[in-house]
Design a protein around this ligand. Structure first.
Ligand code: GRG
Length: 330
């Protein structure tokens, strides 16, 4: 299950045409003289994906009514290639078999191919960023570092029932939000917006990314196996304790005590069912959703100085639409 299938960012008047340009630029970006490498590097592009990062770059370019230039599209594509490269590496680390409804690159070709093709995607992203100037090149390089930092922050606390919230925020800022912040910022820089608008777009992208990841983490607990396309509670079983779980663990209730005793190591099937039932019925889910709402508000506040355009309205609506996927019984 994806939490952004019906995003207002995908409903702008010229959105379909821009997405066709994004598709074409994605394929061009990974072409090489080696058909084998091109096939591996294209694998997840062909498989699908929402292309939300380049879409965000394009919408960011339009907040003052600017046309979406080819360079804005290429800047967004650089971000999407970083996203893809990180997925190639992530699937190796997780030994994942499927993604976007197809075999992962590691499952189909092997770990070595997946690592190298992931590196190749980062290389093509860097080349595009360099062609857009030193500011964009430096920003993309820094963002790749943030993704690694986010992933490390997560690894450091796997199976840690005392994982601090600060670790969770550092992790999701690095692994998810920073690339949205960068996609929006690159859209603003390449479109030639003023510095105040560029900074506000960055704040917006970061806040959007925080909502995206918190909602994803809540859905991992609350959605059904069918909706998710994988067993619910997968993160918790893998030892990745996300915000709803961290919040449940810190409650002063017997169920929280039981959860603390259960977690901390691998779970058998019965323990998985019980742990999931505890988190689902606790206040931790609503409390995590309330935090997501704070980021929705932050994203809207970041848009307060933008002109009253269709693009601005879509930016304001998008994070709230993400959170609406989480139905909380009050
Ligand atoms: C090599 C750049 C690099 C990083 C290494 C592996 C790693 C460190 C970071 C990966 C972190 C990671 C998997 C973050 C989650 C990203 C995320 C939000 C995925 C879901 O994105 P969607 O919904 O997916 O946009 P689609 O399939 O639509 O693109």
């Amino acid at each position: 299950m994806s939490n952004a299938q019906t995003s207002p960012l995908l409903a702008l008047k010229n959105s379909d045409a821009d997405r066709e340009r994004i598709e074409a630029a994605m394929h061009t970006a990974v072409e090489t003289q080696d058909a084998y490498l091109t096939e591996i590097a294209s694998h997840l592009i062909v498989a699908g994906g929402k292309r939300l990062r380049p879409v965000l770059s394009a919408v960011a370019a339009q907040v003052v009514g600017a046309k979406v230039s080819d360079d804005v599209i290429r800047g967004g594509v650089a971000c999407e290639l970083v996203h893809l490269g990180s997925l190639y590496h992530d699937d190796v680390m997780d030994e994942a078999d499927t993604r976007r409804g197809v075999d992962t690159v590691n499952a189909k070709w092997g770990n070595l191919q997946a690592i190298l093709a992931g590196d190749f995607l980062l290389s093509r992203a860097s080349e595009i960023a360099a062609s857009l100037g030193t500011e964009v090149a430096g920003l993309l390089a820094r963002t790749i570092g943030w993704l690694c930092e986010g992933q490390i922050a997560e690894l450091r606390h796997t199976y840690d029932v005392e994982r601090p919230e600060t670790s969770y925020y550092t992790s999701i800022h690095g692994k998810t939000a920073s690339l949205y912040g960068t996609a929006a910022r690159i859209g603003g820089i390449v479109a030639g917006h003023d510095q105040t608008t560029i900074d506000a777009l960055t704040d917006y992208g970061n806040a959007y990314g925080m909502v995206f990841q918190i909602v994803d983490d809540i859905l991992d607990i609350t959605a059904t196996d069918e909706q998710l396309g994988k067993p619910a509670g997968h993160d918790m079983v893998e030892g990745v304790y996300t915000l709803p779980v961290i919040r449940t663990l810190t409650l002063d209730t017997p169920a929280a005590g039981e959860l603390t005793a259960l977690l901390g190591s691998a779970l058998d099937i019965e323990q998985q069912r019980r742990a999931l039932a505890i988190v689902r019925s606790s206040d931790g889910v609503a409390s995590a959703a309330a935090t997501a709402q704070e980021y929705v508000d932050r994203a809207a506040a970041a848009c307060s100085s933008f002109a009253d355009t269709e693009a601005t309205a879509a930016l304001i609506a998008a994070p709230a639409a993400l959170l609406a996927n989480v139905a909380i019984d009050a």
